[in-house]
Design a protein around this ligand. Structure first.
Ligand code: FAD
Length: 373
């Protein structure tokens, strides 16, 4: 009998399990695959390991959201390299998304327009990002959905940030429109691409505050862990086990039965008893696995998000080392066409690689017929 069984050994499951275990509870993680990691995991082939999704860890410096997590479970700070930023390749220009705020302020005016409207727009985003990055480190939850969320948000934002509360109901498009910039193709194209990548939403729908955080994640620090995601997971799972946690891989959960205080988790490899169950799997799966009340509680959200489900295709390409050696910026994001909807190759994020080589190869691989299948 564990205090808590955690379904899914992705970063969400691992993080909650490590926190609970470190606080003195007994936990077990049940992971379907042969190793933990999920969308932030890795796979190995011969002597190489490849990141399967996430390549960079956001805000893992001291005092950051990730940094606080490591500290709270008793781990040392993350070893790795903080990216200096990355390069956005728009159809008619490139924009270097510097991590350094001064370089970024200069670059955005040079690449995207230096008018009073542009300056005022960026000023608003900077202010929102400053206040809400600090607030997110203090545990603020957005969008605000309950009175408790509202109280927590007020405490986290502080009195100085309260005037920004009026932007809670704004979208990024509202902010562009307020500055007369909604027809600025390059600016809109860049923001749409960044918002899709980080908030998984559109400029018309993403709450402005979430979007402002999403488009400034590099300022919070994008760290490439030593040894890539394999290195990160090796450190985290070793520590979790040292805390006394149990990680069961190759153990897909098929059904969860019971009620508050006593659950049985049916897996392909036997039944696990736990006082609490935490589902750290996609919501539709949690609804299918859990007891009936879980499905009922999740139903409105699943209906709301039915058309927003998506996936990613990860392509691994080798380029000669000489083509990437010595480059300051190794991560790239590509937009092919302003007029086309995002997706299906029109907004790609590249890990360490050189843009032209990758772009040409991806164009060859992803011919339109491949997409339609
Ligand atoms: C291509 C790509 C690139 C990305 N790049 C970045 C990046 O650079 N930086 C960043 O911060 N984020 C990035 N992300 C987002 C990030 O990877 C995800 O937000 C994060 O990994 C989600 O973690 P999770 O634990 O919520 O879910 P998941 O990673 O989906 O974990 C769910 C886990 O549950 C397991 N599972 C499923 N069904 C069962 C079952 N029945 N029983 C038991 N276990 C089950 C799965 O195997 C999986 O391990 C990227 C995502 C993708 C797809």
């Amino acid at each position: 009998m564990y205090d808590a069984a955690i379904i899914g050994g992705g970063i969400a499951g691992m993080a909650v399990a490590a926190r609970l275990q470190a606080s003195g509870l007994t936990t077990v993680i049940l992971e379907a695959h042969g190793q933990p990691g999920g969308c932030a995991g890795f796979f190995q082939r011969r002597s190489f390991s490849f990141d399967v999704g996430a390549t960079t860890l956001v805000d893992f410096g001291p005092g950051g959201v990730g940094g606080e997590f490591l500290e709270s479970v008793g781990m040392l700070p993350l070893e790795g390299e903080v990216l200096p930023g990355y390069v956005a390749w728009l159809p008619d220009r490139t924009v270097t998304l510097h991590r350094d705020p001064t370089s970024w302020s200069r670059e955005r005016l040079k690449a995207l327009g230096d008018t009073p409207a542009h300056r005022s727009f960026w000023q608003l985003l900077d202010r929102l990002a400053d206040v809400f990055w600090q607030a997110s480190r203090k545990g603020v939850r957005l969008p605000i959905q309950s009175v408790a969320d509202a109280i927590r948000a007020t405490q986290a934002v502080g009195l100085g940030g309260l005037p920004l509360v009026r932007y809670l109901s704004w979208t990024m498009t509202d902010a562009l429109r307020a500055h007369g910039l909604e027809q600025d193709q390059a600016l809109v194209g860049l923001l749409a691409m960044l918002v899709e990548d980080t908030v998984h939403s559109t400029l018309d729908e993403a709450p402005l505050i979430n979007a402002a955080l999403g488009i400034t994640i590099r300022g919070a620090g994008l760290t490439r862990a030593r040894g890539g995601m394999r290195g990160f997971w090796h450190g985290l799972t070793t520590h979790y086990r040292q805390l006394g946690g149990t990680l069961r891989v190759g153990c897909p959960v098929e059904r969860i039965e019971g009620q508050e205080g006593g659950f049985q988790v049916m897996t392909r490899r036997g039944v696990i008893a736990a006082g609490q169950v935490i589902a750290a799997v996609p919501a539709p799966l949690a609804a299918r696995l859990g007891p009936e009340p879980v499905a009922e509680a999740l139903a409105p959200y699943l209906r709301r998000d039915a058309t927003a489900m998506g996936g990613a295709t990860v392509v691994f390409l080798g380029v000669p080392e000489g083509e990437v050696a010595g480059q300051a910026f190794t991560h790239h994001q590509l937009l092919h066409d302003y007029a086309q909807p995002l997706g299906d190759g029109n907004n790609m994020f590249d890990g360490p690689a050189k843009r032209l080589a990758v772009n040409a190869a991806v164009d060859r691989i992803f011919e339109p017929t491949v997409f339609s299948r």
